[in-house]
Ligand binder design. Structure first.
Ligand code: IMP
Length: 203
């Protein structure tokens, strides 16, 4: 699979936070991002049981619906003391209104019910790149850390205000977004994609 500089690539997500971060990652490689929302592509139901399975299903749907290459991200927060929850259900824990204060409070309450105030946790990201021909490749990245309550910081999105990456003392929502982009689960998955040699200068 090869995408030369100047190729258009659909970012197969309707999550503004993710689209912003993926566009920032693609920028330096001369790939022209198109957003699934602006192309009117529907959001498929996430019926798979793994991050990779859901990323593949979203990438395939956008590649087939648009006729362009498509990149999808499926990601989430896995809390060790909660057996890996919310995991692939990270978006769904925020409910219909996508209110992450509800999801963060639910994590805090479930930990409290176990007599805990924090837990080790990790963000996981699966990135899938699909072509309209059906060709597909998937890459995974993780970042490990611990949780803190109450939530802190205004940057980022989702669960960023309660996640402190190992070796840091500020949450992902408190640090400079560029610092998060350099070390996040999404950045690590993206690094693997880059090392696979898919983005090339020309065909
Ligand atoms: P999905 O991949 O669209 O099913 O949703 C993933 C959900 O995981 C997002 O809505 C966020 O709640 C959470 N998530 C994924 N990546 C991040 C991140 O970088 N920071 C904070 N939350 C994230």
């Amino acid at each position: 699979m090869r995408l030369p500089r100047g190729s258009q690539l659909v970012v197969a997500s309707h999550n503004e936070g993710k689209v912003r971060e993926i566009k920032a990652l693609l920028g330096p490689h001369g790939i022209v991002p198109l957003s699934a929302g602006s192309l009117g592509l529907p959001e498929p139901e996430e019926t798979a049981k793994t991050f990779a399975g859901n990323a593949e299903l979203k990438a395939r749907a956008s590649a087939q619906g648009s006729g362009h290459a498509a990149l999808a991200d499926d990601s989430g927060l896995c809390v060790e003391a909660l057996g890996g929850d919310p995991g692939i259900y990270s978006a769904r824990w925020a409910g219909e209104t996508k209110d992450f204060s509800i999801a963060m409070t639910r994590i805090e309450s479930e930990l409290k019910a176990k007599g805990l105030t924090t837990s080790a946790a990790k963000f996981v990201c699966a990135l899938s790149l699909a072509l309209p021909s059906g060709e597909i490749q998937t890459f995974e990245g993780e970042v490990h850390g611990t949780l803190t309550f109450p939530p802190r910081g205004d940057h980022g999105f989702g669960y960023d205000p309660i996640f402190i990456a190992d070796g840091m003392d500020q949450t992902f929502a408190e640090i400079d977004p560029a610092q998060k982009h350099a070390m996040s689960h999404r950045a690590r998955a993206f690094e693997k994609l880059l090392h696979s040699g898919i983005f090339v200068e020309s065909l």
